[in-house]
Design a binder for this molecule. Sequence first.
Ligand SMILES: [Zn+2]
Length: 239
Amino acid sequence: MRDQLELLWELQKIDLDLKHIKEERERYPREIKKLDERMSIEKERLQTEKGKVDLLEKERREKERQLSSSQEKIKKAEGRMSEVKTNKEYQALLTEIETIKGASSREEEEILQVLEEIDELKKDLSKREKEVAALLEKIEVEKKSTQERMAQDEILWKERMERREVLSKQIESKLYKLYHTLKEKRQGVGVVNVKKETCQGCFVHIPPQMFIEVQKNNEIIRCPNCNRILYFKGEGKAK
Ligand SMILES: [Zn+2]
């Protein structure tokens, strides 16, 4: 029976590993999805900021076109100066030139303002770009390590399943069935260690005489409280 209990104990450890891997398998895709979502949010945000700069650049080009057309008009008006014959015409032309000059200096001012805005945004943007690049790199590393853990878990899963197959054949079918039933009812744990007269499954004290028997690992003894099969693997020293 001692051998049987030892095999059962090993099976229990394997089943807990498998349970853990199963939970991880469900968790990993969610984790990766979350990382992907974060990545696209950051990229989108950066794109919006770049869009703002593009819009201002467009505005600047538009204003520069206006300015050069104003300057063209001034040149033409000034060219007409020599053809002026009367004082009235001269005054009118002068007023026209002044008006266009006024507009053109406003345009110049506006261009400067837009340029300043662009500079400011570009400074922020290059800072943001560096931050986002660093963040994306971090996310990529996280994603990769998650994928690596997934791959490792798959290898572990295969190994554990193979060993499980061997063990389940070595364990007497009656004991195996009992273990299986208990495992189903008790959150995946059918056989538990006993430490300091305490069941490590439900943490309830067991009678001293029972503890003495359990330490021998010679028979199937079940916890009076949670019904699980009790196993003694030694105080402290791990097997
Ligand atoms: Zn118990």
